[in-house]
Write a protein that binds this ligand. Structure first.
Ligand code: ATR
Length: 502
């Protein structure tokens, strides 16, 4: 609770009561006058409350001296009531704060101590020793909240926690890299997880990486996560925004499957694979830039992965990690449905781009009988991709575009040009701007944000049938679901599991 008055905190608490099991009153966020009135907050809150007065050096807002802070803590404990529900249930005391009278008072009145350590800059090297030494008496809960600047930092915290299994503790990797430590607190061995009412305009985010309370409760079904919950996720970098958790978690919920799907942003795929092992992750969606880098970690792989050289799906099997590529089938299913055709026989197709996405497309075009021309800005990549299939190739220049005349039944745009977020200054980018559509081409763009790229708009205006990459995205995710669970995809739920906004 980070509002500036107690009244406002109570209002927010009321609104989100059903999602929370306890509240943390961040008294450092209160107006100075309000801080004098904290004693009655637990009774008013009607649920167990943690009293925390965070210093600025630990990422909080308390800038007064330690004397003032300690008196405020004492004020929170004073006049203890026989009915313990009227007292603060927990008091957060930093590990370097030595005030034994405060600790004694807390213990006497049944207020448990959360012994906390914060590092808002990074993750300390000596964490296992730190965790072991922090607890001063048997009933204290150790809290370590450190900034993760990398995937390695999250791994360090996770491993440090493993060394003190069985102890009540709270382990948090702050920041973007550590967001999943807040969802998988059971797997991290944490006693609780903190979240914020971030959609309230006056509720400050209490710490970097905190998740909005309803998102934690509804999207990730935090309260249902136990040691028996199957863990899946998506990894990539920077992985700032991904719709996959929405898709998979909704299906799991509708199906009543005890499983959760979380984002695993990773700056090192090696470290992420170690984390996956530690957390018993059973399936991973793999996205940019790791579709190739993941291959050495596979224990075995599908033919598609071997030929295409890219893998977007990892499934844990008794024999180890199986790598598959659901982009390929997702693409061909989508395009064939759009064309209402069983295969690409007698179709002459231009593929624009020769990157990872194009490799899956070209593999499927060949498998299903098309004749294709591959055009790429960097010509040698087009030639290299075309060679094993004996397809034509060229640059995205005048000569290349001229070649399209013989390959224009279907045109497939696979580059990231025109994609939102990739070229922030230029979503109007059109990789084949000099090609004139005659109106009879069937045109697909793998991009789905925006719904219509500049390229697709031009095709549509010329009278072509056009399709974006959204349907392909859904189809490849359905294949991932089948890989992960070994079950058929529940088609009747499809209309309820759209990928966020499209
Ligand atoms: P993906 O997995 O999305 O295909 P990739 O493997 O990095 O990503 O490939 C990106 C593709 O988009 C490449 O074909 C790239 O062309 P180059 O090989 O010449 O780099 C293409 N691409 C990206 N931006 C482009 C632009 N503005 N115009 C034309 N092609 C572009």
């Amino acid at each position: 609770m980070t509002a500036s008055t107690l009244g406002r905190n109570l209002e927010i608490l009321e609104k989100y009561r059903k999602y929370a099991d306890m509240a943390e009153l961040r008294a450092d966020c209160l107006d100075p006058d309000e801080r004098l009135l904290i004693r009655r907050f637990p009774e008013q809150a009607g649920m167990p409350v943690i009293l925390t007065i965070r210093r600025d050096i630990d990422g909080g807002h308390f800038v007064g001296g330690e004397g003032a802070r300690i008196s405020l803590m004492a004020r929170g404990l004073a006049y203890a009531e026989a009915d313990r529900r009227r007292n603060f249930a927990y008091l957060d005391i930093e590990e370097d704060l030595n005030v034994s009278s405060l600790e004694e008072a807390a213990r006497t009145f049944g207020t448990r101590i959360i012994r906390s350590y914060h590092n808002i800059k990074g993750t300390d090297a000596d964490l296992p020793a730190k965790i072991r030494s922090m607890r001063r008496s048997g009933d204290e809960i150790v809290k370590v909240s450190v900034m993760a600047n990398s995937t390695r930092d999250v791994l360090e915290l996770l491993c440090a926690g493993r060394e003190c299994e069985g102890q009540e503790k709270i382990l948090i990797s702050m920041g973007h890299f550590g967001t999943y430590s807040r969802i998988l607190s059971e797997q991290f061995g944490s006693f609780l997880s903190y979240c914020s009412a971030l959609s309230e305009p006056d509720a400050l985010p209490a710490a970097p990486g905190q998740i909005e309370v309803r998102e934690l409760a509804n999207l990730y079904r935090f309260r249902n996560i136990t040691g028996a919950t199957k863990v899946y996720g998506v990894t990539g970098y920077p992985l700032k925004a991904t719709d996959s958790p929405h898709f998979f978690n909704t299906v799991f919920e509708l199906e009543g499957t005890n499983a959760v799907y979380v984002p695993f942003p990773a700056d090192s795929i090696t470290d992420l694979m170690e984390i996956s092992k530690e957390l018993n992750v059973e399936g991973l969606s793999v996205t940019v830039p790791y579709k190739e880098a993941i291959i050495p970690f596979l224990d075995f792989q599908s033919d598609e992965v071997r030929v295409i050289g890219a893998c977007n799906t990892l499934t844990l099997t008794p024999q180890g990690w199986l790598g598959t590529n659901t982009d390929a089938r997702g693409f061909s299913d989508s395009l064939l449905t759009f064309l209402n055709k069983p295969n690409f026989k007698r179709q002459r197709v231009t593929v624009i781009g020769a990157g990872g996405a194009a490799r899956s497309v070209v593999f499927e075009l060949h498998r299903l009988g098309a004749k294709a021309l591959i055009l790429n800005r960097t010509v040698h990549k087009a030639r290299r991709l075309a060679a094993p299939y004996k397809f034509a190739w060229g640059g995205l220049d005048e000569r290349g575009i001229e070649k399209m005349e013989k390959y224009h039944d279907i045109i497939i745009q696979t580059t990231s040009a025109g994609m939102e977020g990739i070229n922030p200054n230029d979503i109007s980018a059109d990789p084949a701007a000099t090609y004139n559509f005659c109106g009879r081409e069937e045109v697909m763009d793998l991009v789905y944000k925006p719904k219509m790229t500049a390229f697709l708009k031009r095709a549509s205006n010329a009278g072509c049938n056009v399709q974006n990459g959204y349907d392909m995205l859904i189809r490849q995710a359905r294949y991932q679901y089948i890989q992960f669970t070994g079950k058929e995809f529940p088609e009747h739920f499809l209309s309820r599991v759209q990928f966020g906004e499209i």
